[in-house]
Each structure stands twice: as structure tokens, then as C-alpha cells.
Design a protein around this ligand. Structure first.
Ligand code: AMP
Ligand code: ZN
Length: 494
């Protein structure tokens, strides 16, 4: 089997194969760095990260490029409002975005910044004008003429046959049913930032940025282009129009769009009070691994309802997996192997792969690993797990975590970073007691604790009680509660 992936262009699930044998070239629209990233943004970025990780696990090399939109209408407006340069304004949010992405386990793609590719953008516009696909207006702006691209609307499946010839729009984002010639390049307005270029002073439109940078990095035709569902129209439609009318070749072969999430059952919005940046949630004491787990718990094309209750559940799920791993690494098992555990591990790996090949069905993959945990825990209790079963069970857990990336994360140091950030931003009062406690009890990371518990159990088994008692005392002093249950040692932070 190969990966079956939904393609917005064909509106069907199709088998995914890259254009070049073993290498996948993909481009994801990145953040517009005018504010801190919210969990909706991160749902989309994590969906792309998961795709990237799964493609790699499937044996492909992945060239993953993401842009940083560091010039657009909102940025220009906000920078002017704050009386700072565009660069000063965006540098802060770009840094925050990269920290957040790392915090939530996103592997960093190759980054391209719009403001570093202005000459190529001007050149692209020149070529469009030479082919009569774009035109200049009196003020020195340039527009793409959508009448020159008869298949305009093919991605969003919109019928623009009744469109008004020559009507123009010069904002980056606009209404869903408006078919207008869109701005490629905007002439400078008084008080606004602008760049000099071979087509005159001004700034690029958002759509042009992504066409130029994706083709510059990945070629005229590449495998996959990704973003949230709001980008289908006008952004991606416009990218296709510019790129394909110029090259005459298909632009991206697969179009991958993640569905918008709901928060507490409603569309996320600042006025409803259900708008969360990643940092807002960490300030409330939630772990980055819980947030990542929750954001991957519903397949990317389904509606995900993000709730604070769900986040607590996600924390329990992650803890359950970590405790299961601890049980495997610290347990004492009789020699030999059991057919049941060997086939359980094998079947789990197969089930996870089959689930992810089915248009990245993350919910099924998570269900498969929990089924393994449930059955293996029952086998621990009845004494049927043998020494040689440990490695395959751990390997299945490892395969899971290559994709989901929630087990090895050092949550506490990351949460500490957010505390430090809040202090420098004068947001001390936003640091909740939950976060303070988590950080305090977390002088030891999860990994440190698990290592010490494994040492403690090892010492106890070899009847080295001085050592095991000392380790237990050390953990207790650090605020770690250790419980000996019939399932083995469990721990939690006080
Ligand atoms: P922006 O920074 O607004 O350009 O958005 C960055 C990425 O996040 C884009 O791919 C958007 O489509 C995506 N996005 C924005 N809001 C949401 C949301 N509520 N749910 C899922 N994805 C979103
Ligand atoms: Zn884009």
C-alpha cells in the first residue's frame, strides 16, 4: 500500500507518489508574522509536520519549504501604528513563532522570507507583463488579469463565468466569491514601507510571494502545497493562476488543506474569549506535549473541537504512554518471548501504518497504540510478558513517537522558557500558579525522572537498597510522588 491522500484539486483521495522517485518536494504556507501564533495556526502546522514525518517514515527524503510572510497588509498597518520598521515589527514575531514551533515538536522546514526575495518577485511580474498576463496601472501597481487564465477557480470549484472584466482588488485577503484581477505588486502609499525594484518602488502582494518562493526552491512543478482551508481561495487559487499561466506546467500536484478548528464548540475569536495562543495555554500550566497530542487527535480534515477538558484528557493519555514505557524499561521480566506479545507489537506497527496511509487517520493510529498498551498491561499483570518482548513493544512505541512526538519532549524546560518570556514582556501577572508549580516541581525533566526511577528499580532488584532508597528520597524531595502499583511503578508531580 501507499499513502492515500485527499487532493483538494481533484476532490478525491488519491494515491500519493512523488514526481521524482524518492524525494518529496513540499511547500507549506507559513505564518504571517504580525502576532503570536494561535492554536488554529498550530493545528495546520502540526498536520503538515505529521505528513512530513510520515513521508520520511515511509522511506522518502522530504524537502519541506515554508515561507515566513514578513510583509503584507496587516504587518504594514501594525508597524506604521507602532511607529517601528516592518523588520523590527516582524523580527519579534518570527522569533516567537520559531520558539513556539520547536516547543510543540514541529521539525523546522527550510525557511524563506518574502522580503529576501523581492528581486525575483519583480522579475516574475516582468515576465507576466511581457506575456500580456498582467498589467500596470497608473499609480505603478501591477495586477494579474484573471481573464487570461480560463481555468481560474479550478481549485476552489468556483464558477467565475459572470465576472466583471477588469475589476480589481488590491487587498491580500478578500471575499470568497469575488473574482477580481488581484494585485501582484502594490505601489507605495504615503507613510507605508516600500522596496525599490526593477519594476519600480512598492511591495509584493501575498500571493506572488508564495508562487515565487515555492518555485524558486522546488521548481516549476512540485509534489504538494499545503495550508489551512481558508487559503484555498483566494490565496492558492491566485498562486495557481500566476504560476501555471506563466510556465504552462502544472504547479503543485497535491493540494493539502487542514480544516479549521473550533474551540469549546465555537469558531475561535477574540470577542468570544475562546481565542488561545500557544503561550496562553502554557501560561495556564498546560504542557506542550498535551497540546500537540490534542491537536493530532482528530484527522486533519475533520472538525476538531479543542476544549480545556480535552486538553486535560490529552495530558492523561500522554502520561499513560510514558508510564507504559517506564514499565517496560524498569520492569523485571522472565527470560524468553511470548508469541502473543510478539504478534501484538507487529500488528500494532501494521495497524498504525495502515491508519496513517488512510489519509493520515491519526485517531486510528492513536487507538492502535492504546490497544497495545491495554493488552500489554493485562499481560504484565498475568506475567506473560517476557524479556525478549520488551524490545518489539518499545519499538512499536518508538514508531508511534516518530510521528506523534509526545514522549521524549522535555515539557518543563520549555514551560520555563514561557515563564521567562512572560517576565520580559511584563506579563508576570499572567503566569498562573499552575504554571509556577509545574516549573517548580520540574527542576527534573520527565526524562530525568524516568531515568532515576529506572536506576532506582534496578538498584532495588539487585538488592542495593541504600542506592534505591537514596534515589527515592531525591525524587520525593523534588516533588515527585512515586507509587508502587500492581502495574509497576508510576509517578506524578505533586
Ligand atoms: P496566518 O498566520 O493567518 O497566515 O495563518 C497561518 C496558517 O494557519 C495558514 O495555513 C492558515 O490557513 C492556518 N490557520 C489560520 N487559522 C486557523 C484555524 N482556526 N484553524 C486551522 N488553521 C488555521
Ligand atoms: Zn502561501
Amino acid at each position: 500500500m501507499a499513502l492515500q491522500l485527499y487532493n483538494t484539486m481533484s476532490s478525491r483521495v488519491e494515491e500519493f507518489h512523488p514526481l521524482n522517485d524518492s524525494e518529496v518536494r513540499m511547500y507549506a504556507c507559513g505564518p504571517t508574522v504580525y502576532d503570536y501564533g494561535h492554536i488554529g495556526n498550530f493545528r495546520t502546522f502540526i498536520a503538515v509536520d505529521l505528513l512530513r514525518r510520515f513521508l520520511r517514515q515511509s522511506g522518502y527524503q522530504v524537502r519541506h519549504v515554508m515561507n515566513i510572510t514578513d510583509v503584507d497588509d496587516k504587518i504594514i498597518r501594525n508597524a506604521a501604528r507602532d511607529g517601528v520598521s516592518v523588520q523590527q515589527y516582524t523580527a519579534k514575531y518570527e522569533k516567537a513563532f520559531l520558539e513556539d514551533a520547536a516547543m510543540i515538536g514541529i521539525e523546522q522546514p527550510t525557511l524563506v522570507r518574502a522580503t529576501e526575495h523581492i528581486p525575483e518577485m519583480a522579475e516574475f511580474v516582468t515576465k507576466l507583463v511581457e506575456r500580456d498576463l498582467a498589467y500596470r496601472t497608473e499609480d505603478g501597481s501591477y495586477y494579474f488579469c484573471i481573464a487570461k487564465f480560463p481555468r481560474y477557480g479550478k481549485l476552489s470549484k468556483k464558477d467565475f463565468s459572470g465576472m466583471v472584466d477588469g475589476a480589481r482588488v488590491d487587498v491580500d485577503e478578500y471575499e470568497k466569491d469575488s473574482a477580481r484581477d488581484f494585485a501582484l505588486w502594490k505601489a507605495p502609499k504615503p507613510g507605508e514601507a516600500s522596496w525599490d525594484s526593477s519594476i519600480g518602488p512598492g511591495r509584493p502582494g501575498w500571493h506572488l510571494e508564495c508562487s515565487v518562493m515555492s518555485m524558486g526552491e522546488l521548481g516549476d512543478s512540485f509534489d504538494l502545497h499545503a495550508g489551512g482551508e481558508d487559503l484555498i481561495f483566494p490565496h492558492h487559487e491566485n498562486e495557481i493562476a500566476q504560476s501555471e499561466s506563466l510556465t504552462g506546467k502544472p504547479f503543485a500536484h497535491f493540494w493539502f488543506h487542514a480544516r479549521f478548528l473550533l474551540v469549546e464548540g465555537e469558531k475561535m475569536s477574540k470577542s468570544l474569549g475562546n481565542f488561545f495562543t500557544l503561550r496562553d495555554l502554557v501560561l495556564k500550566g498546560h504542557k506542550p506535549s498535551s497540546i500537540r497530542y490534542l491537536l493530532t487527535s482528530v484527522p486533519y480534515r475533520n472538525q476538531l473541537n479543542f476544549t480545556l477538558d480535552g486538553l486535560k484528557q490529552a495530558a492523561v493519555s500522554v502520561e499513560r504512554l510514558r508510564n507504559f514505557r517506564l514499565r517496560l524499561t524498569s520492569g523485571n521480566f522472565p527470560a524468553g518471548s511470548s508469541d502473543e506479545m510478539q504478534s501484538l507489537a507487529r500488528e500494532t506497527v501494521d495497524r498504525m501504518r495502515a491508519a496513517l496511509e488512510d489519509d493520515l487517520n491519526t485517531a486510528q493510529a492513536q487507538a492502535a497504540i492504546f490497544e497495545m498498551v491495554r493488552r500489554a498491561n493485562a499481560a504484565f499483570d498475568s506475567g506473560t510478558v517476557k524479556k525478549d518482548d520488551v524490545a518489539p513493544l518499545l519499538a512499536a512505541l518508538g514508531k508511534f513517537d516518530e510521528i506523534f512526538a509526545v514522549l521524549n519532549d522535555d515539557d518543563i524546560p520549555k514551560m520555563k522558557q514561557v515563564v521567562d518570556w512572560a517576565k520580559t514582556e511584563d506579563r508576570d501577572r499572567d503566569i498562573t500558579n499552575e504554571l509556577r508549580e509545574a516549573v517548580q516541581s520540574g527542576q527534573l525533566s520527565d526524562a530525568d525522572i524516568e531515568k532515576k526511577i529506572a536506576e532506582m528499580e534496578g538498584a532495588r532488584r539487585s538488592r542495593n537498597f541504600n542506592v534505591s532508597d537514596a534515589l527515592r528520597a531525591e525524587l520525593t524531595t523534588a516533588g515527585i510522588v512515586i507509587e508502587n502499583t500492581k502495574d509497576g511503578v508510576r509517578w506524578r508531580r505533586k
